[in-house]
Design a protein around this ligand. Structure first.
Ligand SMILES: NC(=O)C1=CN([C@@H]2O[C@H](COP(=O)(O)OP(=O)(O)OC[C@H]3O[C@@H](n4cnc5c(N)ncnc54)[C@H](O)[C@@H]3O)[C@@H](O)[C@H]2O)C=CC1
Ligand SMILES: O=C(O)[C@@H]1CCC=N1
Length: 278
C-alpha cells in the first residue's frame, strides 16, 4: 500500500489520518485528502498532519492512489460515486467507512469490473490507536488488499472480519459506541459538579475512572459482571447506585439504543439501494 486518498475530510477521516500517521503505518506524504466544499478545513488538516490536499471536489489523486477511502455521509453516496466513476479504478482498492451502504451498491455503481471493495466500520478512537473496527470484503476483493486494509486498521486498534449481514449492527454497537460512553461520562460529570466539586477535579476523577475500568476489562481475567460485583458491597454505596440504574432500566435503554442505531444504519442502506434502482 503506497498512497491512500480520502474522499471526505470529516471526523472519521481525521481520526484515521491521525492514527495511521502516529502509528507510522503511513507517511504524511502518502496521504491525500479532499472534501466537498471546505477549503479551510483541508488547509487545517494539512497544517496539522502535513498531508497532501487538493481543492474541494478535486479527486485527481485517485489517478495515483492505491487505496481510496470513501469517508462521506451516506446521503452523499450517489453523488460521491458518480464523481469517482470517470476514473480508471483498475487495480485500486475502495474502502468504505460509510454507515449502512452495502458493498454491492458501490460495486454496481462504479464502472469497473471486479473491483476490490471493502466495507469497514471503525470508530473515532482510531485517533489514539484504540479503534474497534469491523471489516467485510466485497465480492471481488483481492487477498492482498484485504491483508493491507486489515493492517491499516490494526495500526489504529483491533480488527474483526465479519459477514456483511452483521455490519449494520456493528455500526450501531461499536461505530456509534464511543458516543454512548461519552454520554454516560457527561452525566457522571454533571452528577459530580452537582455535589459542589470543582468541574476540573470531577473531570479528572471521572475520566480516570473510565480509563481504569476499561483497562481492568482488558487486563483482569474477569467479565464485566464479575468486576461489577467486586465493587458492590452488600447494602453499600454501589448497591444503592446500581439499584437506581436497574429501577430505571438502564441495561434495556442501552439495548434499545443499539437496536435503534442498527435499524437506522439499515434504513440508510435501503434508501440508497432504492435510489440505484430508480
Ligand atoms: N464519525 C464517526 O464516528 C464515524 C463515522 N463513520 C462514517 O463515516 C462517514 C463520514 O462521517 P463523518 O466523518 O462523521 O462525517 P463529516 O460530516 O464530519 O464529514 C463528511 C465529509 O465528507 C465530505 N464530502 C461529502 N460529499 C463529498 C464528495 N462528493 N466529495 C468529497 N467529499 C465529500 C464533506 O465535505 C466532509 O468533509 C459517514 O458515512 C459515517 O457513517 C464511520 C464510523 C465512525
Ligand atoms: O452516526 C453515524 O451515522 C456514524 C456511523 C457510526 C458513527 N457515526
Amino acid at each position: 500500500m503506497k498512497q491512500v486518498g480520502f474522499i471526505g475530510a470529516g471526523s472519521i477521516a481525521e481520526a484515521m489520518i491521525k492514527g495511521v500517521i502516529q502509528n507510522q503505518l503511513l507517511q504524511p506524504e502518502d496521504i491525500w485528502v479532499t472534501n466537498a466544499a471546505n477549503q479551510a478545513r483541508l488547509l487545517g488538516l494539512q497544517t496539522k498532519y502535513d498531508v497532501n490536499i487538493t481543492s474541494p471536489g478535486d479527486l485527481s489523486f485517485v489517478e495515483h492512489a492505491d487505496v481510496i477511502v470513501l469517508a462521506f455521509k451516506p446521503k452523499d453516496i450517489m453523488n460521491g460515486l458518480e464523481r469517482l466513476k470517470p476514473f480508471n479504478l483498475k487495480g485500486k482498492c475502495i474502502v468504505s467507512v460509510i454507515a449502512g451502504v452495502p458493498t454491492r451498491l458501490i460495486e454496481d455503481t462504479l464502472n469497473e469490473a471486479e473491483l476490490s471493495v471493502i466495507r469497514t466500520m471503525p470508530n473515532t478512537s482510531c485517533a489514539v490507536g484504540e479503534s474497534a473496527t469491523a471489516i467485510t470484503p466485497g465480492r471481488w476483493v483481492k487477498n492482498q488488499d484485504l491483508i493491507n486494509i486489515r493492517r491499516l486498521f490494526e495500526a489504529v486498534g483491533i480488527v474483526e472480519e465479519v459477514e456483511e449481514s452483521h455490519m449494520d449492527a456493528i455500526t450501531g454497537l461499536s461505530g456509534s459506541g464511543p458516543a454512548y460512553v461519552y454520554y454516560m461520562i457527561e452525566a457522571l460529570v454533571e452528577a459530580g459538579v452537582k455535589t459542589g466539586l470543582e468541574k476540573e477535579i470531577v473531570q479528572r476523577l471521572v475520566y480516570q475512572t473510565v480509563v481504569g475500568a476499561a483497562r481492568m476489562l482488558q487486563e483482569a481475567e474477569e467479565d464485566p459482571a464479575a468486576l461489577r460485583e467486586h465493587i458492590t458491597s452488600p447494602a453499600g454505596t454501589t448497591a444503592a447506585g446500581i439499584a437506581v440504574l436497574a429501577e430505571r432500566n438502564f441495561p434495556q435503554a442501552i439495548v434499545d439504543a443499539v437496536c435503534k442505531a442498527t435499524d437506522r444504519a439499515h434504513e440508510l442502506g435501503l434508501v440508497y439501494q432504492s435510489e440505484l434502482s430508480d
